[in-house]
Design a binder for this molecule. Structure first.
Ligand code: UDP
Length: 363
């Protein structure tokens, strides 16, 4: 679709391909679930037509969803770098992309959010341009290779969240940095009068190192509210066993409205990922509530948090670092956090970035 530069930008028809590791709303997909929902709403509010192909059972409110049956994919972060590409007998991933191929001509652009081999392999076989949103750093060599081929043959189509994420790939300079997400500030209530409580949000899975936050809470004696999907039950059981007296409270995997209600009254959010987190949606959701974020100086959070202004960046994997930063939380002006969510990490700011990327790809 060539764009006529003198007329208003055209309304696009965008087909969004969801993650194949879980139904939307299940929490198994991690941050990409919120990212898809917020982007779809933003694009729709700008007059674009969107449809989302997602695994059966997905819940996306009033967003148009094409539900596809099949078995879920394994998450990439639970596999070795040298892992072979594996597919279950009746893969939802393949079924979703077969659906996309059948209806691609009704759309101007396909937006891929799956961090898996197949969508990259299939790219040359599609007629419509595909914008690939790569939401993790390098995990599996075979997937890296498939992404790299697309980066070379279809320049500009690989979008990543942050510079540090791009640097995990040998072809990082061929990636287009588009940011990781944007929140609607209206969905999160600002709170200026926090309690002596900390928060930790996310998938409960080893790469997120929840145990570090629990250890820091134990040292400070401050209560830690934990919210998120228990992706690895053995890992969660081990933490409870290792820290039987830590002042923690697990609130479950909460929908956004309840999550922000529990988060907003907290003094700070702890982010403790061991891996190179590509972005970190929970940081910007925390900002939207006015809650400063303490994170290891590594990966996406190090690009999101302004040290001393919207939170603190501490030495990676240092419990001492977390504890010292917790003691300094009063130095942060919570209004600055909210301001960052409104002006830098909002759904509308991110929508503009993504929309201009999409226009370039259909042009
Ligand atoms: N989340 C949620 N309910 C919870 C805890 C977390 O919906 O109780 C969501 C949160 O809104 C965020 C996601 O889980 O969008 C975690 O995303 P993040 O980018 O921080 O990490 P990822 O899981 O992608 O590695």
């Amino acid at each position: 679709m060539p764009l006529n530069r003198s007329s208003p930008p055209p309304r696009l028809k965008i087909l969004i391909l969801s993650t194949p590791v879980g139904a939307l709303g299940s929490g198994l997909g991690g941050g990409v679930e919120l990212t898809i929902a917020n982007l779809a709403r933003e694009l729709r509010s700008r007059g674009h037509t969107i449809a989302i192909i997602a695994p059966l059972g997905s819940q996306l409110g009033d967003l148009p969803t094409i539900q596809v049956p099949g078995e879920l994919q394994l998450t990439a972060q639970t596999q070795e770098q040298a892992a072979s590409i594996s597919m279950p007998g009746d893969p939802v991933l393949a079924n979703m992309w077969a659906t996309a191929r059948a209806i691609q001509h009704d759309y101007d652009l396909i937006f891929n959010t799956a961090f898996d081999w197949l969508p990259f392999y299939l790219t040359p076989f599609f007629d419509r341009p595909i914008a690939h949103f790569v939401s993790m750093g390098s995990q599996i060599a075979a997937i890296d290779l498939a992404i790299e081929r697309v980066a070379v043959d279809f320049p500009g189509t690989i979008g990543v969240c942050t510079r540090t994420q791009a640097a995990t790939f040998s072809f990082g300079d061929r990636c287009h940095i588009v940011g990781g997400s944007g929140v609607d500030p209206a969905v999160y209530d600002y709170c200026d009068t926090p309690e002596q409580t900390l928060a930790w949000l996310g998938r409960i899975s080893p790469e997120k190192a929840l145990q570090d936050a629990v250890a820091a809470a134990e040292r400070t004696g401050m209560k830690l509210k934990i919210m998120g999907k228990i992706q690895d039950p053995d890992y969660w059981a081990q933490i409870q066993c290792d820290y039987p007296h830590a002042p923690i409270e697990y609130l479950g995997f909460l929908p956004t409205h309840q999550l922000q209600q529990a988060l907003r009254t907290c003094k700070g959010l702890l982010m403790t990922p061991r891996w190179v987190e590509a972005f970190g949606n929970v940081a910007i959701e925390s900002f939207a509530c006015g809650v400063p974020v303490i994170a290891y100086r590594r990966g996406g959070p190090a690009e999101i948090i302004t040290d001393g202004k919207t939170g603190f960046l501490v030495e990676p994997d240092s419990i001492d670092g977390l504890v010292s930063a917790i003691a300094r939380l009063d130095e942060i002006d919570r209004a600055q956090c909210r301001h960052a969510a409104e002006t830098v990490f909002s759904q509308s700011v991110w929508g503009t970035v993504m929309e201009s990327w999409f226009y370039r790809l259909v042009d």
